[in-house]
Design a protein around this ligand. Structure first.
Ligand SMILES: C[S@@+](CC[C@H](N)C(=O)[O-])C[C@H]1O[C@@H](n2cnc3c(N)ncnc32)[C@H](O)[C@@H]1O
Length: 241
């Protein structure tokens, strides 16, 4: 329970964040995000590895518990020479991601901080691919443009950000899914609000064209009327041309 004691409140909020992100991790597992991220990135990684010998880095911005990075490391989705790094502003989540990776002895790293700040995670931008899952709907249109421009300013090789595809079914689908699968009241509420906040492809593309026009952005999504359940999260991608 929250208290008037600042210290205890911090512990309470950290534990709540962990419980919510464990539920998000279950959603990520159901949507097979690790496999789908790796499949999309495979040709980009091959291209970067063919062009040079230094490591290629995949940076997951807002990694939460690091499910995508840890699962990719556990299943060896990427070839040798690819560094897997998760970054999150929330230190409690990063500590838990590190603990889980160490229990499973996984070859990946987790960093607490702003993924785009100098010296945090993007050290060799031209050999870095930035990804995220479930981040974009937390940003308003101005913040979306800023997300794309910061990647362009840094000069990352490419980006792929997976987020909720709004469609005729997404709000009701999110309600049914979260009632059936989520236990935390915050998750049940926020899951539906997230679906309502999600940006349509046109809005994402407008933001990406404004912030990173040289990346030829594209949204990869199926039919809005009859989407596959797994495509509830779909990527906006960009590759430096
Ligand atoms: C909804 S969570 C998504 C967590 C995770 N990707 C998942 O799918 O379970 C979004 C996370 O992004 C983090 N975040 C937002 N902006 C960030 C930034 N610039 N650098 C690092 N983390 C960031 C927040 O701290 C938050 O934990």
């Amino acid at each position: 329970m929250p208290t008037n004691d600042g210290m205890l409140d911090e512990v309470y909020l950290d534990r709540l964040a962990l419980r919510i992100h464990y539920e998000l991790q279950r959603l990520g597992e159901e949507l097979q995000l690790d496999r789908r991220v790796a499949a999309l990135l495979a040709p980009w990684i091959a291209r970067l590895q063919a062009a040079g010998r230094t490591p290629v880095r995949v940076v997951d911005v807002g990694c939460g518990l690091g499910h995508v990075i840890r699962a990719a490391a556990a299943h060896r989705h990427f070839p040798p020479g690819v560094e897997l790094v998760g970054v999150d502003l929330n230190r409690a989540l990063v500590n838990e991601a590190r603990r889980l990776a160490s229990v499973e002895q996984l070859d990946c790293n987790f960093i607490a901080g702003d993924a785009f700040a100098p010296g945090v995670a993007i050290n060799d931008p031209s050999r870095t691919i930035v990804i995220s899952t479930g981040l974009l709907h937390h940003l308003d249109l101005r913040e979306l443009v800023e997300l794309f421009s910061v990647q362009a300013r840094l000069g990352v090789a490419g980006f792929a950000h997976w987020d909720i595809a709004p469609c005729v079914w997404s709000t009701v689908g999110a309600w049914v899914f979260h009632q059936a699968r989520m236990r935390e009241p915050v998750s049940r509420h926020d899951g539906v609000m997230s679906a309502r906040r999600a940006h349509c492809a046109e809005a994402l593309l407008a933001a990406a064209h404004a912030g990173a026009p040289e990346y030829a952005p594209s949204v990869i999504e199926g039919s809005r009327w009859h989407p596959r359940a797994i495509d509830v999260l779909r990527p906006i991608t960009g590759w430096k041309t």
